[in-house]
Write a protein that binds this ligand. Structure first.
Ligand SMILES: Nc1ncnc2c1ncn2[C@@H]1O[C@H](COP(=O)(O)OP(=O)(O)OP(=O)(O)O)[C@@H](O)[C@H]1O
Ligand SMILES: [Mg+2]
Length: 246
């Protein structure tokens, strides 16, 4: 039996001025899928995630998240954002709050969780991302990898129905990339629905259930990650994959 998609993107068009950035993309994500979105710089990957989160208005097509049409300025967009966890390249933690406070805040403010339960949940999640000992540290005192793990714990705190990652390890020192990928692997093992923009092809091959290769605002090719990586069908994907394998 096929499950209803969590996310439906149907012939989406996004323009900035007269430039078409997303050019008629259609894509569904079903529960438990881990979709890895790859492609050259400037291709529209981040823009696509921003459209899904209702951070950009769109010029054509439709995005539906769990039966809710996603529209940037609608009142209901808050309901969609509550159900989608977002993790960015630059962590985006509040600098004036400790790791624990960062994880408590969204639960209390957006979801109305009482502070005590929110704190318990924060501590539980900090332990899960192996940062229990850093709960009282401010972001400036944490390494990039630690900050990103706090950001992941924060995203998980409200039990989102889908997690979106935008190059979560691209801003990290090579030695801390592994610790963040390890946490992402554990989340993936829980069969959480994930949409991940990444250049980490090993992660994509081992963890992803589907790989979508985008170029110039279009989906050029998609498939099982290992198969696409081993034998890309299109010349464009072949060239891109060669370029990132040095
Ligand atoms: N707010 C904006 N106004 C105008 N153009 C924008 C805006 N945001 C993005 N763009 C343009 O849209 C195109 C796609 O950008 P996007 O950031 O989505 O690419 P990307 O695939 O995520 O690239 P990267 O791999 O470098 O992160 C780029 O040409 C970018 O300059
Ligand atoms: Mg990007």
């Amino acid at each position: 039996m096929t499950q209803a998609p969590v996310l439906k993107i149907d012939t989406l068009t996004k323009k900035f001025g007269s430039r078409t950035i997303i050019d008629g993309i259609s894509m569904d994500v079903t529960p438990g899928e881990i979709v890895c979105l790859v492609g050259p710089s400037g291709t529209g990957k981040s823009t696509l995630l921003r459209c899904v989160n209702g951070l950009e208005d769109i010029q054509g097509g439709r995005i539906v998240f769990e039966d809710e049409p996603v529209r940037a300025h609608s009142k209901k967009i808050i309901d969609v954002r509550k159900r989608v966890g977002m993790i960015f390249q630059q962590f985006n933690l509040y600098p004036h709050l400790t790791a624990r406070q960062n994880i408590v805040l969204a639960q209390v403010v957006v979801h109305g969780v009482d502070r005590r339960s929110a704190t318990e949940r924060a501590d539980e999640l900090l332990a899960r991302v192996r940062l229990a000992h850093r709960a009282d540290a401010y972001p400036a005192r944490l390494s990039g990898g630690e900050q990103q793990r706090v950001a992941i714990a924060r995203a998980l705190a409200t039990n989102p129905h889908m997690l979106m990652f935008d190059e979560p390890t691209s801003a990290l020192d090579p030695e801390t990339v592994g610790e963040v990928l390890a946490v992402m692997r554990e989340i993936a093992e829980e069969r959480r629905t994930m949409l991940v923009v990444t250049h980490e092809m090993r992660f994509a091959a081992e963890v992803g259930t589907r790989m979508v290769f985008m170029d110039q605002g279009k989906i050029v090719e998609e498939g099982v990650p290992r198969e696409l990586l081993a034998q890309p069908r299109t010349e464009r994907a072949q060239r891109f994959l060669q370029s990132i394998r040095h």
